[in-house]
Write a protein that binds this ligand. Structure first.
Ligand code: AMP
Length: 113
């Protein structure tokens, strides 16, 4: 499968990894939109949120737990951060391996663009 994020998971492409465990890997986004822009991904290839099955339900929990851990590690938990999952064209998804954007280090506005 030609998936760039699977290649970061298996180490064939280098990622700037900031956190990993048995289920998820988190690495810095190449095109950062904030002082801290990290992508948290499941090791398992799941193309979009639409492709999650009941047996994948715990992965959402793992993404959230990883976000909390990273926020603590970076010292941004108190100030806050934004978590984003884009799905398909209208959501702005460009890489088809589900990923949670972790954005921190500045104040974000709402609504998003
Ligand atoms: P999305 O538009 O939600 O699919 O987000 C995909 C993100 O992946 C973008 O923010 C890209 O900058 C980022 N990205 C693409 N390739 C890489 C890579 N090799 N390493 C780190 N981030 C990447």
């Amino acid at each position: 499968m030609d998936c760039i994020f699977c290649k970061i998971v298996d180490g064939s492409i280098k990622g700037d990894i900031v956190y990993e465990n048995d289920d998820v890997v988190a690495f810095r986004d190449l095109n950062a939109q904030a002082p801290h822009h990290i992508l948290i991904i499941p090791r398992k290839h799941i193309a979009t949120v639409n492709d999650f099955t009941a047996e994948d339900a715990s992965i959402f929990g793992q993404l959230g737990q990883a976000a909390k851990q990273i926020a603590g590690d970076l010292g941004v938990a108190e100030n806050g951060y934004r978590l984003v999952l884009n799905c398909n064209d209208d959501g702005g998804q460009t890489v088809y391996h589900t990923h949670m954007h972790f954005l921190a280090g500045r104040t974000f506005t709402w609504p998003p663009g």
